[in-house]
Design a binder for this molecule. Structure first.
Ligand code: GDP
Ligand code: MN
Length: 361
């Protein structure tokens, strides 16, 4: 006889979009992703992991940013992947394209030069817009004005451990303003004149530099061992260390504040986002390191994370097991993933341990 055919349809949620998206987390915070329509697959991968590892317990909203409208497929699939509310925002052209003072023929010429020199992304025009936007505009997008905290997410990244706590709450309760996970060296060719610009800014605005800053994390000079951390150390130079900004959890009011605003405007006048290829990671890092109390910068050492080509995982066995970490990322077949990169020469973490907050040495 056999049993009647079971229909699983009865168990299938016919209206997943109507699910309860009421925020559970207590912070005024959002996840934010700058992304292009064709990156949908990677966006879903990142979302899936972050939702499963963290956000489904908190239902923080997602804000998606793009300089062209998101298409219907992108909107539908990401909305279904999110546990919280989703917002799709169009970046105004004046926030995305080069500002008026940029000499476009000079920009194009330098693009060609950067391309010929093989500088990573140097010849890609949109990459310059992206770095410029992430450096000085993301936090002032209209939708983000509603929030105090952001968690930056990129397509194709992987979160390898359960969070088991709300990172926004952790930052706020511990008086932190910026959290990172990986710190490495920047390609020197992309930031040739960045430090000159920063020095100009510091000389013009000494009062904006925080007296308890992290300048010794980002500069190296001969006698740096016993010096104080003050603006007097002006003839030091940038050591290329930066927090990798594809993972960032931070305070939007810091970026919207007077100090960072003046800092960004000063750099913007210099033109290096276009004539060179200043990345938003070194620009954020230098801003955070100079304008913030270094004790307000937090290293999330208990979160596993992968962004090509680096992966990092907590070191303690207790943490690895209780947070259900899977410390093997799935990268493209032809790419070697660097594991345990914290101890490699290109990592700046040892320098952070020495000169940042929570010193080990
Ligand atoms: P990488 O991490 O430096 O290799 O650069 P990515 O290609 O990952 O770009 C960094 C972030 O900016 C990612 O979130 C991208 O989706 C986003 N992005 C890069 N270029 C553009 C662009 O032209 N438009 C939009 N909307 N997003 C971009
Ligand atoms: Mn990326």
């Amino acid at each position: 006889k056999g049993s009647p055919k079971l229909s699983s349809n009865a168990y299938f949620d016919p209206e997943p979009l109507a699910k309860d998206r009421t925020q559970i987390g207590k912070e005024n915070a959002t996840l934010v992703m700058l992304v292009r329509n064709f990156e949908l697959k990677g966006a879903l991968l990142s979302m899936r992991l972050l939702e499963d590892r963290f956000n489904r317990h908190y239902k923080y909203p997602w804000v998606f940013l793009n300089e062209v409208p998101f298409d219907d497929e992108f909107i539908e699939k990401t909305t279904l992947m999110a546990s919280g509310e989703t917002f799709y925002e169009l970046i105004p052209p004046e926030d995305w394209f080069p500002p008026k003072h940029i000499n476009i023929p000079k920009f194009k010429l330098n693009l060609e030069e950067l391309y010929n020199e093989g500088v990573v992304y140097g010849g890609v025009e949109s990459y310059h817009n992206m770095c410029h936007f992430n450096s000085g505009y993301f936090y002032r997008q209209k939708r983000l004005l509603n929030y105090e905290w952001y968690f930056r997410v990129e397509p194709d990244v992987q979160y390898l451990c359960d969070f088991q706590y709300d990172p926004f709450q952790l930052l706020r309760e511990n008086n932190k303003l910026y959290g990172f996970i990986i710190a490495i060296h920047e390609y020197e060719r992309t930031v040739i004149s960045l430090w000159d610009a920063v020095q100009g800014f510091m000389e013009a605005n000494p009062k904006l530099i925080h007296p308890h800053n992290a300048i010794n994390f980002i500069t190296t000079y001969e006698s740096d061992l016993n010096k104080g951390h003050t603006v007097e150390n002006l003839n030091s130079s940038y050591n290329l260390c930066h927090f990798w900004s594809n993972f960032e959890i931070g305070n939007l009011e810091f970026f919207r504040g007077e100090a960072y605003g003046k800092y960004f405007d000063y750099l913007d006048r210099y033109g290096g986002f276009y004539y060179e290829r200043w990345g938003d990671a070194p620009v954020h890092t230098i801003g955070v390191s100079l304008l913030m109390d270094r004790d307000q910068i937090h290293h999330f050492e208990d979160i596993g994370y992968y962004h090509l080509p680096f992966m990092t995982c907590p070191k303690s066995q207790d943490v690895l097991t209780s947070k259900r970490c899977i410390c093997s990322a799935n990268g493209p077949d032809n790419v070697q993933i660097n594991v345990g990169m914290e101890m490699e020469k290109f990592s700046c973490l040892a320098r952070w341990w020495r000169y940042g907050s929570g010193k080990l040495f």
